[in-house]
Design a protein around this ligand. Sequence first.
Ligand SMILES: Nc1nc2c(ncn2[C@@H]2O[C@H](COP(=O)(O)O[C@H]3[C@@H](O)[C@H](n4cnc5c(=O)[nH]c(N)nc54)O[C@@H]3COP(=O)(O)O)[C@@H](O)[C@H]2O)c(=O)[nH]1
Length: 698
Amino acid sequence: MLQPTYSLALIIASLTIATLASYTSLHLTGRIATVSGKNQRLYWLTGGAIAMGLGIWCMHFVGMLSFSLPIPLGYDFGLTAASLVIAVLVSFFALHLVTREKVSLSRLFSSGIMMGAGIAAMHYTGMAAMRMNPAIQWHPGIFTLSILIAVGASTAALWLMVRLRHQREKHLLLRRIVAALVMGIAITGMHYTGMAAADFPLGSVCTVASEISPNWLALTIAGLTFGILTITLMLSILDARLEMRTNEYVKSLTTVNAKLHHQAMHDALTGLPNRSLLFERVRHALVAAERARARVALYFIDLDGFKAINDSLGHAVGDALLQEVAARLQQSLRKEDTVARLGGDEFVILVEGLPDVGMAGHIAEKLLECFHDEFVPHQLGMRISPSIGIAIYPDDGKSVDELISHADAAMYEVKTSGRNNYRFFEAAMNASTRRAIDIQRSLPAAIQNDELFLVYQPKFSCDRTHILGAEALLRWRHPKLGMISPAEFIPIAERSGQILEVGRWVIEEVCRQLQEWQTAGLETVRIAINLSQIQMRSARIVEDILGITVKHQIAPAKLMFEITETVAMQNAVETMQTIEKLQQAGFELAIDDFGTGYSSLSYLQQFGVQQMKVDRSFIHNMAISPKGYSIVVAIIQLAHSLGIEVVAEGVETEEQLSLLQDLDCDQTQGYLHSPPLEGNAFIDLLNQPFAPVVGVAA
Ligand SMILES: Nc1nc2c(ncn2[C@@H]2O[C@H](COP(=O)(O)O[C@H]3[C@@H](O)[C@H](n4cnc5c(=O)[nH]c(N)nc54)O[C@@H]3COP(=O)(O)O)[C@@H](O)[C@H]2O)c(=O)[nH]1
C-alpha cells in the first residue's frame, strides 16, 4: 500500500476553516430566524448556504491538500464541482431546517442523518475526483465510522444551531464560539476518519494528476473562501445590529406613540379619561345601547365651592383635592363604568347597561355617599359636596352633546336649589337654565377678552351743587348675548365661585382708572365698590385689596366699599373680620340697600360705617305713600343719630329730591341727576368748569 503523509499546518488550516464556517452558520441561523420578510429570508438562506457550503467544501479541499502520496495527485473537475454543489445543497437544507419556527426532535434526528449522508456524499465525491487506478480500497469499519461521525456531527451541529439561534441567549458569543469549535472538530474529524478508511494499493496512479493542480488552486480557494466567510459573517453581524437598532427604534417609537395617545386621551392631573375619550366612549355606548335597546346614564358632577378652596388654599391643595375626588368616584363604581374629568371641578360619569331608571338614582346616592367622609388634601381636612345632574339615554336625548348638556342643566338646577344633591333632567329645565349655564361658562373668557367694563354713577350733595362720590357698577358686553345685567350674572358668578375673580377685576380696574385720572391731573372723587358676600368671607380679601392699591398708588381714602345690609348683619365671623380689617386699613364702608333686610342697631353702631344707602324702593314709595314717607324719615333720623351719612338711592323725580332735601338727607343718587356713566363721560362731568362742583374730594 502507498503510505500517505499529512501536513500539520494544513490540518490546522482545515480545522480553522471548518470552525469559521461553523461559526458563520451559527450566526446566520440566528440572523435568518429573525428575518420577517419572505424574500429577505430567501436571500439570506441562499447567500448563507453558498458561504457555508463553500466553507465545508473548502475545509475538505484543504484537508485533501494536507494529504499526500508518493505519487503526483490531481482532481477531476466535474466531480470536484459536484462535491461543491452537494456541500451548498446540504448547507441550504441545514439552514432551512434550523431556522423554522418549530423543530421537533424526530425531525432533528432525521435531518441529522440526511445532512450526515450529504456531507459524506460530498466527501466521498471529492475523494472519487482523484480518479485513482486501481481504485481506492475502502476499509469497511472505518468507512462506516466516518459516516456515523458525519451523521453524529451533523445532528450535533443542527441541534446547536437550533439551540443558539435566538439572539436572546445568555453569553451568546461565547456559546457560539465553543459550539463552532465543537462543530469544526466534528467535521474535520469526519474528514480525516474518511481519509483513514482509504487504502491506496502499491502501483496506484492518479489518472487526473494533470487536470487540476491541487497546490496553488487549493490555496487560492482557501484564501477566497476565508474571505467570503469573513465577509458573510461581517454582513450578518452588521445586518443583525442594524435590525436590532431598527427594532429598538420602532419599539421606542411605538412606546412614545402609545404614551402620546394616552396623554391625548387622559387628564394629566387625575389620570382619568378626558373629554375626547369620554365622548368616544359615550358614542360607542349609545350605538351599543341602541342595538340592545338598553339604557345609558350620564352623570354631570360639579363640586360645590371648589373654586373658593382653590383660590384661598392654593392650587396645590385644589389639585390634590381633585385627585382624591377622582379616586373616590372610581372606587365607588364598577370597573366598566367611565369616570372622566372635563376640566376644573367638573366630572362626568358614564354608566352603561342600566336595568331601570331606579338604578340610576341608586348610583347617584352612592356617588353622594363617597363625599361623606372628610377629604385630606395636603393633610388639610375638609368637606366638599357635589351637585349631580343625570340624563338618561334614550329618554333625555339621543346624542352625546344633547345628553351631556341635559345632565349639565340638571346639575345646574341642583346648584341653584341648595347643592349637595342630585337631579334627573326634566324637559321643564328650559331656556333660562340654558342661558344661566351659558353665562357661567363664558364668564372666564369675559375677563380675558375685555368684555367687562365699568360705569360710574355719581353721588350728589342734596342741594345738587357737589359731586361727592361715585359708585362703580359692572357691565358685561357679551359677544352673543349682548349686554348682560350684573343683577343677572353676579348671582351666577357667586354660585359658581367666580365672583372672587370678577370682584378682583373690578377693584383692579377702579384703581387703574383712578391712577390714570390722577396722573392726568384730573379731579377725582371717592369711588364706591360693591363687595359680595363671598368676597367678604374670603380670608385674603383685604390683603388683595391693599396689594392692588399699593400697585396703583391709590390712597385707601379714595375708596369706599358697599356691602348690603343682609350681608353686613349676618354676623358671620369672617364678614366681621373683613369689616374690621377694611376700616383699620383706612377704607370707608357703606351699608347698601338699607331697609331691605333686618338690621341690628348694636351692629350698626359697632361697625362704624360712614354711609347708609336707603334702598330705592323706599325712595320710590315715599312720594306716593305716607307710610313710605314715614319709613324714610325714620331711617334718616336713625342714621343721623348714629352719626352715619344717608344716601338716597334711585332718586328719579324732583318731588323725591325736594322731600329728601326737607328731611336733611346728605346725598342722593339716581337717574334724576345722572345715570351710570362710562369712565370718560364721568370724568368729563366731574371736571367740567361749571356746576356741579366736585366736593369734599377724598
Ligand atoms: N358685587 C357686585 N355687585 C355689583 C357690581 N356692579 C353692580 N352690582 C350689583 O348688581 C345689581 C344691579 O346693578 P345695576 O344694574 O348696575 O343697577 C344699579 C344702577 O344702575 C341702578 N340705578 C341707579 N339709579 C337708578 C334709578 O334712579 N332708578 C333705577 N331704577 N335704578 C337705578 O341701581 C343699581 C345700583 O344698586 P346698588 O348697588 O344697590 O346701589 C346691583 O345690586 C348692584 O349692586 C359689582 O361690581 N360687584
